[in-house]
Design a protein around this ligand. Structure first.
Ligand code: PLP
Ligand code: TYF
Length: 402
């Protein structure tokens, strides 16, 4: 019956993790998957998360019942405030609907399926940045959209190709959906400036394009949750109707708990009410109800001011360590006189650096030094620590010279 099933290509990032785990060399370094590691190279359970789990475990009314279709109410209301701001007019006017999702991926998928049915211009494509997180294409194609790309990275200078981006958006057909990374762009670590976001908003409004923000790194970009939501809030003020996929995987370290939210913003309370019924229907048909454990942890942190303060400290611990690694790597490469310029390592923000190394060089680093990075030259700075930084810098120096 299944003779016609061909082999699917492996997911490059997940495959890299598998190869890293199988590598028995003691010097191996994992700069592949975007997951935070502490200075000992170990996964980190945030103190705020530990405390939230303790609070939940002692709650006498705790149980394992199904969640309602919307998810954990403390999570969805807290998550919406986190994204749109406590004083958001869209929230005050009840123009936002928020549903709990299976992390960022699930939020994108529910949004993609909703749009496949209700996008205002039938057959309008979905635009993703070149480059982007590899799963974007897969998610939107799976939901039946045609996926196109817009220029994003100037691969020579490793800066934003704003002119190329504006040109591509100008040429997009009316009603196209544009996936935008709210902050800390994956894989490049390059974000538009406020002025560039204004340009993007202006052309998107003119061309009647639909923004679909993906926010997986709030708190990792500028060090402030509010600043990292700046673009989304600006687009709301601009008057856009839009979608936002929000992940708590990275900023709460809840990777495996699959905790996130999908938000929609419309121009009226009544439209939002109708949208909510359709989003609920899509979610019901895909996951039925969201998963409770991560939702309750994140909800507990968002609603409790002490836990929230602890979370801000935890975010600072993570983003400060990543910044130190950025500074350290750049300084070492410059000290070694490694050919090329390395300022982009500290100019870029978030969890990743788009180093400019190519696929051959990535392969060389893996084979000779047991250093794992994606073949587009992206490194996860969270994989660096004070014990391996020097080793990695020397390896990069070697591969660049050879
Ligand atoms: N979007 C981007 C740009 C990402 O980098 C990621 C994770 O790496 C996600 C979404 C979603 O991840 P998750 O489904 O684990 O929340
Ligand atoms: O490192 C990245 O870009 C991500 C990591 O369910 C990831 O692809 C891994 C598993 C997952 C979501 C994201």
């Amino acid at each position: 019956i299944f003779d016609n099933v061909t082999e699917a290509p492996p997911d490059k990032i997940l495959n890299l993790s598998v190869m890293y785990k199988a590598d028995t060399d003691a010097t191996k370094v994992d700069l592949g998957v975007g997951a935070y590691r502490d200075n000992n190279g170990k996964p980190w359970v945030l103190p705020a998360v530990k405390e939230a789990k303790r609070v939940l475990s002692e709650d006498p009314s705790g149980n394992h019942e199904y969640l309602g279709v919307g998810g954990v109410p403390e999570l969805t209301s807290g998550a919406a405030k986190l994204i749109f701001g406590k004083d958001s007019p869209a929230l005050a006017d009840s123009r936002v609907y928020t549903i709990q999702s299976i992390s960022g991926t699930g939020a994108l998928m529910v949004g993609a399926q909703f749009l496949a049915q209700f996008k205002p211009v039938k057959d309008a494509p979905v635009y993703i940045s070149d480059p982007t997180w590899a799963n974007h294409r897969a998610i939107f194609e799976t939901a039946g959209h045609t996926v196109k790309t817009y220029a994003y990275c100037d691969f020579e200078t490793l800066t934003l190709n704003i002119n190329g981006m504006i040109k591509d958006l100008k040429e997009a057909t009316e009603g196209s959906i544009v996936i935008l990374h709210a902050c800390a762009h994956n894989p490049t670590g390059i974000d538009p400036t406020h002025e560039q976001w204004e340009q993007i908003a202006s052309v998107m409004a003119e061309r009647k394009l639909i923004p679909f923000f993906d926010t997986a790194y709030q708190g990792f970009a500028t060090g402030s949750l509010d600043n990292d939501a700046w673009a989304i809030r600006r687009f709301v003020d601009y008057g856009f109707e839009m979608l936002v996929a929000e992940s708590f995987a990275k900023n709460m370290g809840l990777y495996g708990e699959r905790t996130g939210c999908l938000h929609t913003v419309s121009n009226s309370q009544e439209i939002t009410r109708r949208i909510s019924t359709q989003i609920n229907r899509v979610s019901r048909a895909t996951i039925s109800t969201a998963s409770a454990h991560g939702g309750k942890i994140a909800g507990t942190i968002l609603k409790d001011s002490n836990l929230f303060s602890q979370w801000l400290e935890d975010l600072k611990t993570m983003s400060d360590r990543i910044k130190e690694m950025r500074d350290g790597l750049r300084t070492l490469l410059e000290k070694l006189g490694t050919p090329g310029t390395w300022n982009h390592i500290t100019d870029q923000i978030g969890m990743f650096s788009f180093t400019g190394l190519n696929a051959t060089q990535a392969e060389y680093l893996k084979n000779k030094y047991h250093i794992y990075l994606t073949d587009n030259g992206r490194i996860s700075l969270a994989g660096l620590n004070t014990s391996n930084l020097d080793y990695v810098a020397r390896a990069i120096d070697d591969v660049v010279r050879n």
